[in-house]
Design a protein around this ligand. Structure first.
Ligand SMILES: CC(C)(COP(=O)(O)OP(=O)(O)OC[C@H]1O[C@@H](n2cnc3c(N)ncnc32)[C@H](O)[C@@H]1OP(=O)(O)O)[C@@H](O)C(=O)NCCC(=O)NCCS
Length: 282
């Protein structure tokens, strides 16, 4: 399969240029995923946080017309996942779905990742796109949920400084990516030492009005459901009153996740890590 080959007689894929103008991509992303709470520069921020590599990322456009992006796959190479390419967004314009654009995108991503010597491709699917990736041969490895509760605004005061992703002796209950944490600007991330650290540490970032817990760490010998519920309640207590407070990456079906759902948190997103081995792609 070649990046320059015409796939369906009318569309082509090409790798993203190192200095690609992101304006066209932003427009496509908005048309696919909606405006949401996107602020200026959100795509550049996403690209930095998810360690996106232009040479592994792909756009699809129509042949013989001024280049309009009809689908894209942003692909990163997070250092926390050695040897693995990981998608940071895959989408096709609504009017172009069901015509092989998504299939072409993933085929080209696989080709580029295999050519770069990577052993695997991971995607983060949601409930709607899971079947698409499964149909292309990707296997489900893990499922996680994002939970939401409103901030209670019970404590005001200075935010702690941002601490290292890893905290000695502590283990993570829920998490996003280490590189997303370090890639979040200093001014919009901080770490809450719950009970002075005895109750855990929450790595938090401000995403517009929302508080996003990028990692919730628990101290040694405190990994049970009750400890998770207490730590999550502490985060809520510190979050501004009414601010959406999000716990990203809670293990689906885990006893502590179930306890949070019984305790006032609700599930707002399902994520499925799906993987293809690339050994046979070369
Ligand atoms: C998911 C998405 C990328 C698929 O792109 P697409 O161009 O419509 O997919 P294709 O036309 O290449 O379809 C390839 C195959 O997958 C199947 N398929 C497509 N979407 C599917 C879905 N949601 N569930 C199950 N199968 C699906 C197609 O029927 C086709 O199968 P076939 O070749 O056996 O007929 C597109 O629907 C999209 O952009 N959705 C919104 C954004 C999104 O969910 N992104 C993924 C998570 S970040």
């Amino acid at each position: 399969m070649s990046g320059d080959r015409d796939a369906a007689g009318e569309i082509r894929a090409r790798g993203l240029a190192a200095r690609e103008d992101l304006t066209a991509l932003e427009a496509t992303a908005r048309a696919i995923f909606g405006e949401g709470e996107r602020r200026p520069g959100w795509l550049a921020r996403k690209i930095r946080r998810e360690a996106v590599v232009p040479g592994l990322s792909v756009i699809v456009f129509e042949v013989g017309r001024p280049e309009v992006v009809i689908g894209y796959a942003l692909v990163g190479q997070p250092v926390s996942l050695p040897g693995v390419a990981r998608t940071a967004g895959v989408g096709v314009l609504p009017g172009w779905r069901g015509r092989g654009v998504g299939r072409l995108l993933i085929a080209e991503v696989r080709r580029l990742a295999a050519a770069a010597g990577l052993a695997g491709l991971e995607v983060l699917a949601d409930g709607r796109s899971r079947g698409f990736f499964a149909g292309l041969g990707l296997r489900e490895r893990a499922a996680s949920w994002t939970l939401l509760a409103a901030g209670l605004g019970l404590h005001a005061g200075p935010r702690g400084r941002a601490r290292a992703w890893e905290q000695a002796g502590m283990s993570a209950f829920s998490e996003w990516l280490a590189e997303a944490w370090t890639g979040t600007p200093e001014g919009s991330r901080w770490s809450l030492a719950i009970g002075g650290g005895a109750g855990g540490v929450a790595h938090v970032s401000a995403e517009g009005r929302a508080w996003l817990v990028q990692r919730l760490l628990l101290p040694p010998r405190a990994s049970g459901a009750a400890a998770v519920v207490r730590a999550a309640a502490a985060v809520r207590a510190y979050a501004p009153r009414g601010a959406p407070t999000l716990l990203y990456g809670c293990p689906a079906g885990a006893p502590a996740t179930a306890a949070l759902l019984r305790g006032g948190w609700s599930r707002v997103q399902e994520g499925f890590v799906m993987r293809a081995e690339l050994g046979d792609d070369l």
